[in-house]
Design a protein around this ligand. Structure first.
Ligand SMILES: *[C@@H]1O[C@H](CO)[C@@H](O)[C@H](O)[C@H]1NC(C)=O
Ligand SMILES: *[C@@H]1O[C@H](CO)[C@@H](O)[C@H](O)[C@H]1NC(C)=O
Ligand SMILES: *[C@@H]1O[C@H](CO)[C@@H](O)[C@H](O)[C@H]1NC(C)=O
Ligand SMILES: *[C@@H]1O[C@H](CO)[C@@H](O)[C@H](O)[C@H]1NC(C)=O
Ligand SMILES: *[C@@H]1O[C@H](CO)[C@@H](O)[C@H](O)[C@H]1NC(C)=O
Ligand SMILES: *[C@@H]1O[C@H](CO)[C@@H](O)[C@H](O)[C@H]1NC(C)=O
Ligand SMILES: *[C@@H]1O[C@H](CO)[C@@H](O)[C@H](O)[C@H]1NC(C)=O
Ligand SMILES: *[C@@H]1O[C@H](CO)[C@@H](O)[C@H](O)[C@H]1NC(C)=O
Ligand SMILES: *[C@@H]1O[C@H](CO)[C@@H](O)[C@H](O)[C@H]1NC(C)=O
Length: 402
């Protein structure tokens, strides 16, 4: 009898159209958001019944997200200003219908997904050909993105990596602005379907992406911040569209002999521009052997290794230890080393094997988030010396170009 009722409910659920509010209100963990929706009914109904934006996927904040918001802001999410409300709701709305299979099938690469947030303060970037092709064209894919990866409990940032962990396939991490990561609980099709597409549960609010300078400071990348401050480069980078910032960690700066303090402004500017790409390079679209021309005009080459679904990415000699740290005009990948030029890499490969970063020097297991990077590896003395020589030679090479 119960079983029949249950089956009937599934059949009805699948057959009859239902609004987002109807679908949400069946999920106890979303009771706060359901009240929130009802409190803002005119706005929410207008927004979610706009069929020209369908299909969409809404990431609904759980009751835990409401609690966390209150603890962090000493204010209720119920009191958020109308202006901020629209942007928040837009950023929680992914274009296209994404089911849990879409997250699990992108397990090793992760999935960059555009949202409805298009305001240029949070979104001074363009979609690019690949994202547009995947998400219904340049206009549809124009909004700021989130990056989603099934990789364990994202609330423990060290588990959110470019690799697989044993984890329930229903769970994934969602990366948004300022390096923030929240957990996503993907609902199955019976629970998570409504007229406009799908919805899933997130256990924290997504953070709107902001400038590279603020993102770097927030991530504790003090050496890079210092380099940017000394060269007065933040204004330029933050006011440019489509930027990838390849950001060496504090340890990487230290291992390279603290170029942020050791070099003069001219040299340092070259180094930073070498670490800046005039394109947005989401990690799921990177392929092995791909090359980019940096703003300094030197070539940066991507290397990717896959091992049992674990994916490790290098830019020249430097390994990515935190990918897709989203900014308003692109993103940052945090690196474990200061990059050297390809020419320099080739010559050190033959002359100084052992110290040269000629291959995967370590496994992906010491991947860390930027705040953790600081305390990780203490570089051996000779290695510091040799990396410093590489850097000095690299700078000499730059100067020779001028
Ligand atoms: C949020 O949900 C919790 C648990 O169901 C409930 O105790 C609380 O009153 C709700 N808060 C609001 C503002 O609705
Ligand atoms: C409905 O959605 C479309 C496409 O996203 C948008 O251009 C339009 O402004 C929206 N209409 C309203 C009334 O919000
Ligand atoms: C999501 O999965 C469906 C079914 O497998 C597929 O057709 C669709 O292209 C996927 N969407 C994206 C954006 O990858
Ligand atoms: C931004 O990047 C896209 C894709 O890489 C490119 O097509 C577009 O021209 C770029 N826009 C600017 C202003 O550089
Ligand atoms: C860089 O400058 C900003 C703004 O003046 C400042 O807040 C920040 O602390 C500086 N960073 C470093 C590492 O000195
Ligand atoms: C966006 O980038 C353009 C340069 O492409 C710049 O002129 C503009 O000020 C930027 N806008 C914001 C809000 O950062
Ligand atoms: C920076 O150092 C280089 C080489 O050490 C030198 O050629 C250049 O003039 C210096 N630039 C400034 C602005 O001091
Ligand atoms: C890079 O090359 C272009 C021309 O190819 C030139 O206009 C630009 O000034 C160069 N940039 C640097 C930093 O050398
Ligand atoms: C470096 O070496 C590789 C192969 O050994 C070669 O394909 C590449 O062109 C070299 N790059 C430079 C910049 O010399």
């Amino acid at each position: 009898m119960f079983r029949q009722l249950f089956l009937l409910e599934i059949v009805l659920g699948a057959t009859y159209a239902q609004t987002l509010l109807e679908a949400l209100s069946r999920i106890p963990e979303l009771s706060n958001f359901t009240s929130f929706y009802q409190n803002n009914e005119a706005f929410a109904t207008a927004y979610f019944s706009n069929e020209s934006s369908y299909p969409i996927t809404f990431l609904a904040p759980s009751n835990d997200a409401f609690t966390k918001y209150f603890e962090q802001n000493q204010a209720s999410l119920f009191d958020v200003e109308p202006d901020a409300l629209l942007q928040l709701v837009q950023y929680h709305t992914l274009v296209s219908d994404l089911k849990s299979e879409n997250f699990t099938s992108a397990r090793s690469t992760g999935l960059t997904a555009p949202t409805m947030l298009k305001d240029s303060r949070s979104n001074n970037r363009s979609s690019g050909v690949q994202l547009a092709a995947k998400f219904g064209g340049p206009e549809r894919a124009r909004g700021q993105v989130v990056f989603i990866q099934s990789a364990g409990q994202a609330s423990a940032p060290n588990l959110f990596k470019l690799m697989n962990r044993q984890s329930s396939p229903q769970n994934a991490g969602v990366r948004s602005g300022l390096g923030s990561i929240v957990n996503l609980q993907a609902l199955n099709a019976e629970q998570g379907t409504w007229d406009g597409g799908s919805f899933h549960i997130v256990d924290g609010l997504l953070t709107l992406p902001t400038t590279c300078a603020r993102t770097i400071r927030n991530a504790g990348l003090a050496s890079l911040d210092n380099a940017g401050n000394r060269t007065l480069i933040w204004g330029r980078l933050d006011g440019t569209k489509n930027v990838t910032c390849l950001g060496p960690s504090n340890n990487a700066f230290q291992a390279a002999g603290n170029p942020d303090t050791a070099l003069n402004e001219t040299e340092l500017t070259d180094v930073i521009l070498f670490h800046t790409l005039p394109e947005v390079t989401y990690s799921d679209f990177l392929v092995d052997g791909q090359e980019f021309k940096s703003l300094q005009n030197g070539t940066v080459r991507v290397r990717i290794e896959e091992n049992d679904g674990d994916r490790t990415i290098w830019f020249n000699n430097a390994r990515v230890i935190d990918a897709n740290v989203l900014t308003h005009n692109g993103l940052m990948h945090v690196l474990d080393a200061v990059m050297v030029s390809l020419e320099q890499l080739n010559s050190t490969n033959t002359t100084a094997s052992g110290t040269a970063p000629s291959g995967p020097s370590s496994t992906a297991t010491d991947t860390a988030s930027p705040s953790e990077v600081n305390t990780n590896v203490a570089a051996p003395r000779e290695k510091v010396g040799s990396l410093y020589r590489i850097l000095v030679t690299f700078v000499a090479f730059l100067l020779a170009l001028n």
